[in-house]
Design a protein around this ligand. Structure first.
Ligand code: MSP
Length: 535
């Protein structure tokens, strides 16, 4: 079995020059594969599940915009005790129940404008086939054995706990006393791969990032790793994928679900699999670090597959300082946020108000403040002032870009620097800092309006050519802002592009040089209010 190899360039893009306004050296990655966790169908989409998929959608758009072949996967996790129990409580068969909630996820994500390439379900036939093939292969290789096991089992977590892991004898997550369960089961020789996993984590410091989570994983691996129980006797649970080598058992839900990441790209054929799989970037929250950072890489090693490129781990959202829960009645639903504020505003706030890897707190009042300050005032004003002056003084017709003055060069340099910062920060998943850089540039453009005062100059007919140049520069700031912000607020970026009457595809990276985007005689649209102020 070959040792896992990692041949892809790192996810972090190289530092770029700030000399031209275009992201001169865009993250030239030919292939990018992005995954969300597969959400359990025992709850409907909320702020937390939306956050991960919005990050993934943003990163996927970022790479697509730079011409990479991008594959973006999401879906639902449907087997196991938890789902069987939820279905029973709902008075439905597990499959009917899973169909219904899985549809709710798909409809929500579609209504939110999220552009994934496949929505996978762990009940999909190709996934079931892949799981059985991998199980058989690992079994044949001798890494799955049959044994008796007794342990403390938490149904909520669907896993056995060691005494040490319990808090006052209770599951730390569910605060319930686990049941002592003794049964014969199949085990994956995970312990065999412990050393190799530690070595890989040491050789490749970015495999699990940010660093705090890598350290957490290394800390877990300081204890001896136990083998993983990967079956459930049908006497206890039938809702799962039957083991290919023993039909009295179904597969443990994590050994099933994690494999989805391979199923989806394997289905694309060997060539695309070979290109995409080593470029896999998993996105999860810290709650499922152990299955992704310990079970998954050791499973891949046993299956003789290379490891993913990065496991990207973000923090947890609370709402007004509290854990989000149905019983507290504080669940934030993405479609309600979309209806109230618009999807882009919701996306913007989530990405702007969180630091990747750290926990964040969601407050609707803070959201309104942010929308008014950044979207209605800063960006919205820049768009409406520029387009209204272009309309008033030139009937919307773009004027030549004449001799640059120092303040024009400064403006252009600010946007060049913002473009470079966006490349760098997105490569490091610092999405809030990327947005900060774009909005700093937009702010500069607003100040440029005040300082150059085209509305005063326009009173003097002799100064009109200068007014034309100022407005031309401002149109460029709108174009570049839309280009840089497109992965984050895609609808707004397209609306700006349409207002500028630029063709579809005009926001690709790299785009035209400053001054080249608007041919002589080009006409832009009259202004609109992109983001009305929220009172
Ligand atoms: N089904 C497993 C994952 C299997 S992946 C092969 C699972 N599902 S889940 O529905 O519980 O989703 C957990 C994920 O939802 C988190 O890792 C995170 O991506 C997202 N979040 C759920 N609640 C969240 C917050 N409150 N805050 C941030 N993200 C949250 O675990």
């Amino acid at each position: 079995m070959a040792a896992p190899t990692k041949k892809n360039p790192p996810f972090v893009s190289p530092p770029v020059s700030t000399e031209t306004v275009q992201p001169a050296v865009p993250s030239t990655r030919a292939h990018v594969y992005i995954t969300t966790p597969l959400y359990y169908v025992n709850a409907e989409p909320h702020l937390g599940s939306a956050y991960t998929i919005i990050i993934c959608d943003t990163i996927a758009r970022f790479h697509r915009q730079r011409g990479a072949e991008t594959f973006f996967l999401t879906g639902t996790d449907e087997h196991g005790d938890k789902i069987a129990q939820a279905a029973e409580a709902a008075g439905e068969s597990p499959k009917a129940y899973a169909d219904r909630i899985s549809d709710a996820f798909r409809h929500t994500w579609e209504a939110c404008g999220l552009e994934y390439d496949r929505f996978i379900r762990t009940t999909d036939a190709d996934h079931v086939r892949t799981v059985r093939e991998i199980l058989q292969q690992v079994h044949d290789a001798g890494d799955i054995y049959f044994s008796k096991y007794g342990g403390l089992y938490c149904t909520g977590c669907e896993r056995f706990y060691t005494e040490k892991e319990l808090v006052e004898g209770k599951c730390p997550d569910h605060r319930t006393t686990p049941d002592w369960i003794e049964e014969e089961n199949y085990f994956f020789r995970m312990s065999k791969y412990q050393e190799r996993l530690v070595a890989v984590l040491n050789e490749d410091p970015d495999l699990v990032r940010p660093e705090r989570y890598r350290n957490e994983v290394l800390a877990m691996l300081r204890e001896p790793l136990e083998d993983l129980c990967i079956s459930r006797p049908k006497a206890r649970l039938t809702w799962g994928i039957e083991l290919p080598f023993d039909d009295r058992f179904v597969t443990y839900v994590w050994f099933d679900a994690l494999i989805n990441y391979v199923t989806a790209v394997r289905e694309l054929g060997p060539e695309r699999f070979a290109a995409l799989w080593p470029a896999a970037n998993h996105f999860i929250a810290k709650d499922i670090l152990k299955p992704h950072a310990v079970f998954w890489p050791t499973m891949l090693m046993a299956a003789g597959l290379p490891l993913f490129q990065h496991l990207n781990v973000h923090g947890y959202w609370t709402v007004n300082g509290e854990k989000m829960s149905k019983s507290l009645g504080n669940v934030v639903r993405p479609l309600e946020m979309k209806a109230r504020y618009g999807m882009d505003a919701f996306r913007y706030v989530l990405l702007r108000e969180s630091v990747f890897g750290l926990d964040a707190d969601f407050r609707e009042d803070a959201m309104v403040t942010r929308i008014n300050a950044d979207l209605a005032n800063n960006l919205g004003n820049l768009v409406s002032r520029t387009l209204s002056m272009q309309q008033r003084y030139f009937g919307g017709v773009v004027q030549p870009l004449a001799d640059p003055r120092p303040e024009d060069d400064d403006l252009r340099a600010t946007f060049a620097a913002a473009a470079a910062e966006v490349e760098e920060h997105v490569g490091e998943l610092m999405l809030a800092r990327a947005l900060e850089a774009i909005w700093r540039a937009a702010d500069h453009a607003n100040k440029y309006i005040v300082e150059t005062a085209p509305f005063t100059l326009a009173k003097d007919p002799a100064a009109l050519p200068r007014v034309g140049t100022i407005l031309h520069n401002l149109l460029e700031t709108l174009r570049v802002t839309a280009q840089l912000a497109a992965p984050f607020i895609p609808e707004t970026a397209q609306r700006i592009r349409e207002l500028l009457r630029l063709p579809e595809g005009a926001l690709a990276v790299p785009g035209p040089q400053w001054g080249d985007a608007f041919p002589a005689g080009h006409v832009v649209a009259p202004p609109v209010a992109l983001f009305p102020r929220i009172e």
